[in-house]
Design a binder for this molecule. Structure first.
Ligand code: F3S
Length: 775
């Protein structure tokens, strides 16, 4: 039921299970000894362990060496999914035949909405264009008791912060900026759909215990510096890989000087340095935010826990907790930063940015300014930007360039409308886009005169700035900055402008200089709910709902369970392709236009490995059949599938690096791939393969890569026994050379755990779960 009269969400399902978590923390203390000092991230993570004793003591020198070593099996409290990635997650969930999700979950329709002419036109058009996907998501959400936030309701991370994030919560989200919720003290991790399904079906979700990077904040922000500048500066120090394998934990006296939404901005962009997630400890600044977003009872419980003695305090780090690495940032002397172009870690302090523009020959004209998005659309962000717009307006100035505003949620939009902030933006010529990702995810149809191939510079308050990300033009340089700096730059229209020191000339010829922006942290009259149509559906499952998937759809297809493993070794596999060089998840399952088919496994499989380089010929996506005829890789795979032939791929190092994209494992499996034999694997992809029933093997001796070629025939030796023995055993592959008929035996290694052997034997992890649910 939807009602605007005093919005009363289901608080119970939104409250972290504190009593259970505290009990688990107690158990963790018992296992590790009560004197062991823990970081905040460890406290929250370990309180979500399925079996603390097993996880914390196995392979960790009796618990002394957990971080970076232990394999944690975790039970998250909640799952959030965005519309693009929710499709495959739900299709997979449906194969488990469960009546409802095991943990509370939500779906947010935000990624498939275009930003072009403003919300009123863009939203209805996007809904029309994606109707069957939205209908599918909504019907599945209703059936299984998932809260469904329709198109227009807001961007996943903003909606999660306003409704679900809470101190001590652990959640998984099918989007890389899920860590945004860490601003409210949650451990929130971005994952692929198959991982989300683990949580949805109450199977433990595995994570190698991250190391912890402590960032100590001192002093307090002032003037033009904003929370965004904390992470822009940190990204410069850490680079895009510096956070890999780490959780970034903020602490120190500077924390309480930041607003809750500012902390969320900082955590959001931890994804840009590759961190597993980022989080803040419980802060007094969390209380008014929780209260103003209808969650006073959570604020109260969190306050009680946070003020309890260290041993039972899961919302703050222990006094002497040790970090694996640490960095100190003095907020008092932090200046605004501008990051980019093309990479979020190219960080330049504003005071030297004009010089960098000249040195690097970057465009001197700003072609558009865009504020908002999931990263920076808080009330405070918008209020501070509004302050600048009002200052400029009073001086008779208009933005020198197109100026777009993306509210992060309907709640924010409606509140800004009530408080006349949007009117201020629109009167100045700003265009308010739909409450959705829009230009941040490439859904930006530019209406100015910049065409593909034109070098141009835009300023955004977003989080990512890879080539082509916003408007599809690889020559558009996206400079990331705070909303305040983006607003000021939009008025100047010049990339060499520094609002702290430079002036603009008003139409009357006077000199105008911005004063440092100010703005309220939270709306004095509380948040508005806005359009009741944008409130979520109920979290109670309604089993009678029919899930809508048209059999003729080219965007959605129900999944057929994969066949179980034969009761023997694999015989007569053929080498489909031998890859040389990098083989990332993008190589295996390309994005771009293919994203449209994320919910249709047969259709998206037509992109399988199309970026892979043929080791024999150096050609990309040219595969050779036994008779020497050539075709694309997916075409040959499909042909072999139709002929009943199963196959393997041979590859080099770090196979499957990149994202957690599960399609990169699902597609080969769907087309008949049984084994990937590589020099090494990217860890997440290796796990994904096993979940889909594909066996990842590595060469025991890397040079053996030279002994196997496309079209060779392969039998596994010892694989079936190893699977039956829960991972104990040696696996070799017997290769019969296609050209000579000669036979070669190659030794391999594997990392199959007992659980994973179960997945493979059942055909996939989901098959196993379905079997457990309906033996
Ligand atoms: Fe992601 Fe941007 Fe949307 S970072 S969630 S695409 S607003």
């Amino acid at each position: 039921t939807k009602s605007t009269a005093g919005y009363s969400p289901d608080i119970e399902s939104r409250t972290p299970p504190y009593p259970k978590l505290l009990k688990r923390l107690h158990e963790v203390r018992r296992v590790l000894g009560s004197t062991r000092q823990l970081t905040l991230a460890e406290k929250i993570l370990y309180s979500h362990l399925d079996n603390p004793e097993e996880a914390l003591l196995t392979n960790t020198d009796n618990g002394s060496n957990i971080r970076g070593n232990a394999n944690l099996k975790l039970k998250p409290d909640r799952v959030a999914m965005q519309d693009a990635s929710a499709q495959m997650a739900l299709l997979q969930f449906m194969t488990c035949n469960l009546p409802s999700t095991a943990v509370p979950a939500s779906i947010h329709c935000d990624h498939m909405i275009v930003g072009e002419r403003g919300a009123d036109v863009d939203l209805p058009e996007s809904i029309k264009g994606n109707k069957e996907v939205f209908d599918f998501l909504e019907s599945a959400a209703k059936k299984y008791g998932i809260e469904f936030w329709p198109p227009g309701a807001g961007i996943i991370h903003q909606t999660v912060l306003e409704n679900y994030a809470a101190p001590g919560l652990m959640m998984l989200g099918t989007d890389s900026h899920t860590p945004n919720a860490g601003g409210l003290g949650a451990i929130a991790i971005g994952v692929g759909g198959a991982d989300a399904v683990d949580a949805l079906v109450d199977a433990p979700w595995e994570l190698k215990a991250p190391k912890i990077l402590g960032v100590r904040l001192e002093g307090q922000l002032n003037g033009w510096a904003s929370p965004k500048d904390v992470i822009l500066a940190l990204a410069g120090k850490l680079t895009v890989r510096g956070g890999t394998g780490y959780i970034i934990e903020y602490y120190g006296p500077g924390v309480d000087s930041l607003s809750c939404t500012g902390m969320a901005t900082i955590c959001n962009m931890g994804a840009e340095v590759g961190a597993t997630t980022s989080l803040f400890p419980f802060s007094t600044r969390h209380i008014p935010y929780l209260e103003s977003t209808h969650r006073s009872s959570i604020a109260l419980q969190a306050q009680t826990i946070a003020s309890s003695p260290s041993l039972v305090n899961m919302l703050r780090a222990d006094e002497d907790a040790q970090y694996d690495e640490s960095i100190t940032i003095n907020l008092s002397i932090l200046e605004p930063h501008v990051n980019g172009p093309f990479t979020p870690d190219l960080s330049t302090p504003l005071s030297v940015f004009a010089k960098a523009v000249k040195t690097n020959n970057w465009p001197e004209t700003v072609s558009a300014g865009l504020i908002g998005s999931c990263t920076n659309s808080s009330y405070q962000d918008m209020a501070r930007a509004e302050d600048l717009v009002k200052q400029a307006n009073a001086a008779g100035l208009k933005p020198a360039t197109d100026f777009f505003i993306t509210p992060g949620s309907e709640q924010i939009r409606a509140t800004l409308e009530r408080d006349s902030t949007l009117e201020t933006f629109e009167d100045a010529g700003g265009i308010v886009l739909a409450n959705a990702c829009g230009p941040c995810i490439g859904q930006w149809k530019r209406t100015d005169n910049v065409v593909k191939g034109d070098h141009n510079a835009i300023f955004t308050s977003y989080n990512r700035n890879f080539r082509g990300r916003n408007d599809g033009n690889p020559e558009t340089m996206n400079f990331l900055a705070s909303p305040e700096i983006v607003t000021a730059m939009s008025y100047a229209g010049s990339t060499t402008f520094n609002p702290l020191t430079d002036s603009l000339t008003t139409p009357s010829g006077a000199t105008f200089r911005f004063s440092p922006p100010t703005g309220a942290e939270l709306p004095a009259s509380g948040f508005e709910i806005g359009n009741p149509e944008f409130l979520p559906t109920s979290a109670a499952p309604s089993p009678e709902t029919e899930v809508v998937v048209s059999p003729t759809s080219d965007r959605l297809a129900l999944l057929e369970p994969f066949a179980p493993f034969p009761e023997s070794d694999l015989k007569g596999l053929k080498v489909l392709y031998k890859v040389t060089g990098k083989c990332t998840t993008d190589t295996i399952s390309a994005a771009g236009p293919w994203l449209k088919y994320k919910g249709h496994l047969p259709n998206i499989s037509a992109n399988t490995l199309i970026g892979a380089v043929n080791a024999a010929t150096g050609e990309v996506n040219i595969a050779y059949d036994f008779d020497g005829s050539t075709s694309g890789i997916p075409e040959l795979a499909q042909k072999w599938k139709d002929q009943g032939l199963e196959w393997l791929v041979v590859a080099e190092d770090n196979y499957g690096e990149g994202s957690a994209r599960e399609h990169a494992a699902l597609q080969p499996r769907y087309l008949g791939g049984r084994v990937i034999l590589a020099k090494s694997f990217a860890r997440i992809h290796e796990t994904n393969l096993k979940k889909q029933g594909v066996v990842p093997l590595t060469f025991a001796n890397g040079e053996d890569y030279g002994k196997i070629d496309a079209c060779d025939e392969v039998d596994t030796v010892g694989l079936y026994d190893t699977l039956k023995n829960g991972g104990e055993g040696e696996i070799r592959v017997k290769v019969k050379k296609a050209k000579t008929g000669e036979e070669v035996m190659i030794k391999t290694r594997h990392t199959l755990s007992e659980d994973q052997c179960g997945f493979i034997l059942a055909g996939s992890a989901l098959n196993l779960l379905a079997k457990m649910n309906h033996p």
